[in-house]
Every structure is written in structure tokens, then in C-alpha cells.
Design a protein around this ligand. Sequence first.
Ligand code: TRP
Length: 461
Amino acid sequence: MLKRVSIHGNWSSRMGFVLAATGAAVGLGNIWKFPYITGENGGGAFVLVYLACVVAVGLPVMIAEMVLGRRGRRNPIGTMKLLSEEESRSSAWRFVGWLGVATGMLILSYYSVVAGWTLSYTVESISGAFRDAGPEEVGAMFSGLLASPLTLLAWHTLFMGMTVFVVARGVQHGLEAAVRYLMPVLLVLLLVLVGYAMTTGHFMEGVHFLFDPDFSKLTPAAFMIALGQAFFTLSIGMGAIMAYGAYLPEDTAIAPTAATVVAADTTVALLAGLAIFPLVFANGLNPGEGPGLIFQTLPLAFGMMPGGVVFGTLFFLLLVVAAWTSAIGLIEPAVAYLVESRSMPRRRAALLIGGSIWLLGFATVFSFNVWSDLTVSIGDRAFTMFDGVEFFTSNIALPLGGLLIAVFAGWVMSKGSTLDEFERGASTGYATWRLLVRWVAPAALLIVFLQVTGLVDITNL
Ligand code: TRP
């Protein structure tokens, strides 16, 4: 077969892909979401289920996206259409690309609002607001922010503006360069925070909470949440990695490259947990605090440590950057589609998509204040609009996308096609991958779905 090339060219090296994919993967999902949902779900046992999901389902699906992306070398909608035709299967598979585009936009609508919180906290830190602040003051600062729709809206607007600005100019230059230098700095700062956590006298409590599994705390819903988080944090299930895979050099070995990205992402999440939980216990806070967890714990550490103003400002600034590089990955599939298939100028496409996402974000902004009473009860939980969008995207849309991608790579594509991509660069482990992507990933995802729809209760299996 004549080898296809992407119209955008390729990454200069394997490292280019690793940096871009890690930039997309490492974001609020690792530092904001992982600690708070781990806290809500009781700690160690949940972490164990999450790690199992990352390895047994997340890694094979990431490899599948890279295999499909490099074979198709188009945006996710174009790639799914092309490959299904090539395998003489229904071109309805392109729906998977559409689902991904829509999911990315929905995720970004709330992601941007939370990224706005990190912008606000950067400014608070510079102004010295955390200095010697106690848990009550820090808690009040956070609830004050949420109570003000205009403040939230202003930060959300700024963050969407930053995202559109970069995407309108084309992703490659500024951002790839930023990731290259800023990600390592973020890692160092996380280590500084873990170091600080060791001085609180409650470090081991944090370690036990994260790593000692107490299976009695595991609810059936926890399986679904762990799987959803694995997809969210790895940026899989919506075609983003497929799009990045389209620019992979022809001879890059896919499996070890995917494993590198997964390992980097997991390391950052676990370090965030090690930085945050000791502070939770040292200050008598509740680990099940919810989405405000890092905003109510980290300022306490920065308020007390020497050089806290500098460290705190840097930390929230880097969190902004981590969120920014992820936001680009979330919006790019929709923009690329309009540019490639509708011949729209990139600038206009970025403004149009960014503007729509900005509007969708109002639902999240108002969830915390004027619409906070507007809830839907599912089971014993009341869902605000924010909870609803977050739940639907992470726990339904991403796993559904992942299921379809796994089925496509494992059952629809011929063995010859996937083997050809997989083996390049002397990757080993094809048989294991094929087993995981054909059986283990679909089975795990199906069970979770049946459970979501209430048809089967995992506890009775
Ligand atoms: N992985 C990102 C995070 O942890 C969020 C995310 C989900 C994402 N899907 C994505 C980022 C697709 C880029 C592309 O914060």
C-alpha cells in the first residue's frame, strides 16, 4: 500500500508526539480531579481500581487510537470514514469521530471554568492572600469565588480567549515549545509540594489513604467513576490521541510510546495525591470535599511555607499552563474538522467553536450560584448542570467512544492492517494488545454501561 502522509506534516520525532500527548494528558484531570474524586470515593481501593483501568483498558485504547490515527492520517472523522471504507465496512463508523468532536467541546465548557479558578488563584497568590491563612479563610475565599457569577465568567472568558488565540494561530509553535519547558517545571514544583507535605507530620496518613485499599469503601459507582477518570486523564475516547497519532513518524514504535505517556500521566496524578492528602489530614479537612479540594488545601501550604508567595504563584501559573495545553487538545478536533472539511479559515473556525463553548460554559458558571438549586436527582445524588455535564462526558461519552474505538480496532479492522501499524519500529506485544482490545476493554466498558443504565448491579454479579 502506498503510504499516506498527513497534510500537516509529522512530528519531528517520537519525542514531539510524547510531549504533545503528555501535554494533553496532564492537566486539571491529574491535579484537580484525581485527588477530589479519590477523596470522594474513599481512597486506596478506588486508586487500585483506577490503576487497573489505566493499564488494562486505558493503555490498549490509547494504542488503538494511535494505530488508527497513523493509518488514516486525517482528523478523527476523516480517519474513521477512510478506514471503514478501506476495510469495506459501514462508513457510519465516522459517527465515532463526531461523538469525539462533540464530547471535546462539552468537556471544555466546564474545564475552562475550572481553569478560570486557577487563573484567579494565581492572582490571589501574587497579592499575598494566602499568607498565614487558616482553613476557614481559605474556605471562605473559595466559596466567595463560586458565589460570584461575574467573576467566574470573567476568568472563563479570559481562559477561552487564551485558548482561541493559540488555536487560531496554529498549534505547533508556541504551545509545543511551552510544553517542552513548562511541564518539567510543573513536575519539580509538585515534588516541592510533596516535600512540604512530608513536613506536616501527616504524610503517612496521606500515603495510607492513597495506597491502603479498604474494599468496604468501594461502591458500585466507583468502578464507573474510576474507568471514566482513566479515560479523561489519558485524553482518550474522543479521538484527540487519534488526531495526534496522524502526525506520528512512520517508524515510531507505538506501544512503548503510549506506555511512556501513560506512565508520565499516572506519575503526576499520584504525586498530586501525595501533595494534597497530608494537608487535608493535617488541617482536619474532609477528603470528600469535592471539586474545591485543591483550592481549599494548597493555599494553606503556600500560606505557611517559606517562599510561599513565589511557590504558590508559580504553581497555580503552571496549572494554568497545564490546563491550557489540554484545552488546545479538546478544541482542536472540532476546529480541524471545520478547516479540513468545510474549508473554513482557521481563525474563523477557532472563533466560532470557541464562542459556542464559551456560551455552553455559562451552564457551569451558573451551577455554582444562581442556578445552584436547579438540580436533577439520580439515585441519592442531586446533580447541578455542572455535575451533569461532567458526569455525562466522563462516565458515558468517553467510555462509549472508547468502546467503539476498541471494537473498531479489534474487530472491524483486519488483523493484517493493525499488525502492520503495530509492528513498525519493532514493537512487541501485539498478541497481548489484541487480546485486551478485543475482549478485556469491551467487556469492562460494557459492564460499566449496563451498570450505568441500571440493568445490572455489579454488586450482584
Ligand atoms: N486529559 C486532560 C486532563 O487530564 C483532559 C482531557 C480529556 C483532554 N480529554 C482530552 C485534553 C482530550 C486534551 C484532549 O486534564
